[in-house]
Ligand binder design. Structure first.
Ligand SMILES: C[S@@+](CC[C@H](N)C(=O)[O-])C[C@H]1O[C@@H](n2cnc3c(N)ncnc32)[C@H](O)[C@@H]1O
Length: 957
């Protein structure tokens, strides 16, 4: 009965039934370490019912399953308890009620959990006050788990309350701040140092007094049920032994750190990691920490440091703090960690020995799974490192924000066998931390290759990716080769004629060579490896020359010789064949003009200009403008994305000479031109329309306002997290292509847009110098332009070779002595049937599509008539595209045959009459000299289409 005359259990039952929390509590953010907690808003008497730990009631095994599935955050809310010799769990992770937010305090708990049974005899976990609680004080109970993370880290803080002094986080204290928490945390003292670390999933064991009306449950029974294969700290064990009338409630810790071993691929062949020797009932104290000063292992490292090395500055500093104070134990922990770190580094560099982690796993874990904390030097499982870094009390004030690439930056603390330049180090830092990266760093030959590549182009972002890929490729080869041949440790061991077969085998395994089909799964890697291997052989030859090592030199030379002799038979020829065959039947689909139009309109509608831009609206405008630039210029996305601010600001803005301007189009006045670095270092121009120019200028003006890092050199910089990167045009293009409602958004890529312009430009029958100009603008060599941006091959085949095939069907005798161009087979009936076929089968297949195009083009040409072409100087691109295949025929400059000439002559006259072109035109002359062609190619084409149609009709009849 509490002072208000209400029985606490009855009050608890009332709140259980009403499914509500008492309104005298409030959820409040306590600190970075603790997260949220529960605060009383009124004074509370001892014994009073406070809150219920509400959640989904499930069985213990269901809880176990959830624990495996849940993230660490959610797993913290799984409450395991034992009731009437059965295991239960309350999953509070999805709850909004307050009970689950109550934090732990084993020093000054003000509450306690008890089980209350409702009318249906269902158990409920209820929290009752055990001391007087003042308004503003945090509700805490003792989790009674010495092993929980925050106690192990020595980061335990007193509960939040009105009389509590402001929380002092050691991370914020300087070395000179004497911070003593011993008054409120007497148990902490040397527990961090002297207690053995362990790796147990069950860290919190809450032992509560049984309520009188509950059945007594034998402790051993509950232990065997819940902790079958887990270990419990000795302290808690002894406490449990003392308490006979107790029921065990277990809460699983969120620590999910167990890692599977990487197996034989681990770089460190003979490196193991110390694992826990605990059994389910006994804790085994066999972990030894290495002394930083004498390099020897000790079971009681703190005592050793105090007794033998108190004169060392770091130890002396720790001892200057009062025994039992937080700083005292933290600084000693650091020295102990440094000893282990030193030992671990020597193990990793020698490739032999046992690594001492901060927490010992129960199963074998690969050494590559551990990384040191850069603040306290302890080795943690790499996937848990970020969590530790957040809490590490030795991280200091300047490092309060945990960096994004936690693993890669910590991996730089591991020993490297080779000297690496600062430049290449920055490249390595960007690598994912795994056993491949570990090998890269340890292999001097791979590093040498990286250094050379970095010297060439390392400052350019995307080349850094190339360097990383090349190095990793070689490291993967070595790892595969290690499995084939146990003598291979580093790449150098492979550059030897005797190991050539191993290399071939490793390449085949790595690139998925199929012995039966002689095909590679990844043919490009197989081809690239040849170049890398030759390069590293040259590096070795150079090295051999410098140190006058004839043996090494001849090995490297012979290896290159073998590559020249044998590589193509075993690798290149099949890899090339695979690559070549992969391209067969790949449709070369160009973007649809209507899709391009849709995208343009969509981008236009998104050009939002706001007076006070935020980082979000700025990045939106940046992406829209970037996409517009790519689309307008048909430029490679990377060239535009990486355009630098200075390049834009320092562009040539001198007024053009008046006479030049006059002779050129008005457009020149309005278009800004910026030259950027294109493929292979070519200078390529990017044109800015007035709109784009305005957007870019606005972006530049408001860069600072939205918080773009001043050191970010790009126009289209990313505004978040002080990024030094830029938006990628391909991402923006993809995003807007998908949202613009295009029929085929997948075809709206910068490469396909470039193909599009190159292809449709052929319809214009540009003069050679004009083609050259276009190619230069696109950043192509003219030969490349002609070779790769020609009409799709299949269109040509359909247009030309199909004539022969059709002719074959109708009998060849009448075509005797004619060229392919002369053959005009009767294809109408076939076209019809194939067209209808294509409609039924699939719309997208290129050949059928081009046949359809033929039909459509003819239709258009007929409908619009040549006059329309002539009158309208603005050529409709869409019609041009559709006339694509016919244009090939229009391109033909061969003289007409005699029969054709006669028929055409007549029709030509009629046609001209129909077009109302003055009869002065001499048709014969036109036909002979291609006069119209010279004057206006488009007219000529339209006429030819018409003629072709007529001829076909005549032949048919
Ligand atoms: C049931 S939750 C309590 C609510 C939690 N503080 C939150 O913000 O969600 C248990 C978790 O709170 C944290 N916690 C509880 N007591 C703590 C303490 N004294 N010091 C640091 N963290 C504590 C631990 O992360 C633990 O896993």
């Amino acid at each position: 009965m509490n002072p208000k005359g209400v029985c606490p259990e009855e009050e608890a039952l009332h709140f259980i039934a009403s499914e509500k929390d008492k309104d005298i509590f409030q959820k409040k953010f306590i600190s970075e370490d603790k997260g949220y907690g529960v605060i009383a808003t009124k004074n509370i008497e001892p014994g009073e019912f406070l809150l219920e730990y509400v959640g989904r009631h499930i069985t213990g095994s269901e809880g176990e399953d959830l624990y495996k599935e849940y993230s660490a955050e959610d797993a913290a809310f799984l409450y395991f308890y034992n009731f009437q010799e059965q295991n239960f769990c309350i999953d509070g992770s999805k709850e909004t009620r307050l009970g689950r937010f109550i934090n732990d305090d084993h020093i000054k708990p003000n509450s306690k959990i008890k089980i209350v049974l409702d009318e249906q005899q269902k158990p409920h976990l209820c929290v009752f006050a055990i001391t007087e609680i003042l308004a503003g004080e945090e509700i805490v109970y003792d989790y009674e788990t010495p092993n929980c993370q925050w106690r192990q880290d020595g980061t335990h803080t007193t509960n939040y309350g009105p009389e509590t002094l402001a929380e002092t986080d050691i991370a914020e204290s300087t070395d000179n701040d004497l911070f003593d928490i011993s008054d409120c945390n007497p148990l902490l003292s040397s527990s961090v140092m002297e207690e053995e670390e362990e790796f147990s999933e069950f860290e919190m064991v809450i032992v509560i007094n049984k309520l009188s009306f509950f059945q007594t449950v034998e402790e051993e029974g509950s232990r065997s049920l819940v902790m079958s294969d887990e270990k419990v700290d000795d302290n808690s064990q002894s406490k449990e032994e003392e308490t006979t009338e107790r029921e065990v409630i277990l809460r699983k810790t969120p620590s999910k750190t167990q890692q599977k071993s990487h197996g034989s691929n681990s770089q460190q062949h003979n490196v193991t990691v110390k694992t826990s020797s605990n059994t389910s009932h006994h804790r085994v104290y066999d972990k030894k920490n290495y002394c930083f000063y004498c390099g020897k292992p000790y079971a009681k490292i703190t005592r050793h440091l105090k007794q033998k090395h108190s004169d060392q500055p770091d130890v002396a500093r720790a001892l200057a703090y009062r025994k039992g104070s937080k700083m005292h134990s933290l600084l000693l922990t650091k020295v102990a960690n440094m000893g282990n770190y030193q030992h671990n580094c020597s193990v990793l560099s020698s490739g032999e020995g046992q690594i001492i982690p901060k927490r010992q796993a129960t199963c074998e874990v690969a050494a590559t799974n551990y990384l040191p904390c850069k603040f306290c030097f302890a080795m943690y499982v790499k996937t848990d490192l970020w969590r530790h870094l957040k809490r590490c009390k030795l991280r200091g004030t300047e490092a309060s924000i945990v960096t994004r690439r936690v693993q890669t930056s910590s991996s730089m603390m591991l020993p490297m066998n080779t000297v690496i330049s600062t430049g290449l180090k920055t490249v390595l830092q960007e690598m994912t931390y795994d056993n491949i990266t570990l090998l890269v760093k340890a292999d001097s030959l791979i590093i040498s290759l990286g250094e050379r590549m970095f010297l060439k182009n390392g400052e350019v972002g995307r080349h850094r990716a190339d360097i990383r890929n090349k190095m990793r490729e070689l490291a993967r080869l070595v790892l595969v080769a290690r499995d084939i041949d146990k003598d291979v440790v580093f790449l150098k061991d492979l550059i030897c004629p005797r190991k050539f077969n191993t290399v071939l085998e490793a390449v085949k395994q790595m690139t998925g060579f199929n012995e039966l089909s002689n095909r590679f799964a990844v043919p490009s890697t197989a081809l690239k490896l040849r170049h890398s291997l030759v390069k590293v052989s040259y590096i070795l030859q150079g090295e051999a020359l410098r140190v006058q090592d004839d043996d090494l030199k001849s090995k490297a030379e012979q290896f290159v010789k073998l590559i020249e002799l044998d590589w193509s038979t075993h690798v290149s020829s099949n890899a090339l064949k695979t690559l070549y065959q992969k391209k067969w039947n790949l449709p070369q689909i160009l973007p649809l003009s209507e899709d391009i139009k849709k995208l343009q309109d969509h981008l236009k509608s998104l050009e939002v200009v706001c007076d006070q831009p935020t980082a979000k609206s700025w990045s939106e405008l940046a992406q829209v403008t970037l996409t517009q630039l790519i689309l307008f210029n048909r430029r490679r996305e990377g060239e535009v994305s990486r355009m630098e601010l200075n390049t834009y600001l320092q562009r040539n803005q001198h007024d053009m000479h008046d006479e030049v301007l006059e002779s050129l189009s008005k457009l020149c006045e309005n278009l800004a031109r910026v030259e950027v670095r294109g493929k292979r270092g070519r200078k390529v121009p990017v044109l800015f329309t007035t709109n784009i120019k305005q957007s870019v200028e606005l972006l530049i003006k408001t860069r600072e306002e939205v918080g773009i890092s001043p050191t970010n050199p790009y126009i289209f910089a990313r505004p978040f997290y002080g990024s030094q990167g830029n938006f990628r045009g391909c991402d923006s293009l993809k995003r807007f292509a998908e949202s613009c409602g295009a029929k085929q958004p997948q075809n709206l890529t910068s490469t396909k847009l470039r193909k599009h312009i190159a292809t449709v430009s052929q319809l214009l029958n540009l003069q050679t110098h004009e083609l050259d100009q276009l190619a230069t603008f696109m950043g192509h060599d003219i030969e490349v332009h002609r070779e790769f941006y020609r009409l799709p091959e299949e269109t040509l085949q359909v247009a030309k070779v199909s004539r022969l095939l059709f002719a074959l069907q109708g009998g060849m005798s009448k075509f005797k002595g004619k060229s392919l161009e002369d053959i005009t087979p009767n294809i109408n009936s076939e076209e019809k049937s194939s067209d209808s076929d294509s409609d039924v089968q699939s719309e997208g297949t290129p050949i059928k599509k081009s046949q359809k195009v033929n039909e459509k083009a003819l239709h258009h040409a007929r409908q619009l008539g040549a006059l329309k072409y002539r009158q309208s100087r603005q050529v409709n691109m869409h019609i041009m595209e559709q006339s694509l295949s016919l244009s090939q025929m229009g391109k033909s400059r061969r003289p007409w045959s005699d029969t054709e000439r006669k028929v055409i002559h007549q029709h030509f006259k009629d046609f001209l009459k129909k077009l109302k072109i003055p009869g002065k035109v001499d048709c014969q002359k036109c036909l002979n000299n291609n006069q119209i062609l010279k004057d206006n190619e488009r007219d000529w084409k339209a006429i030819k289409y018409f003629m072709y149609n007529k001829i076909a009709a005549i032949k048919k009849s």
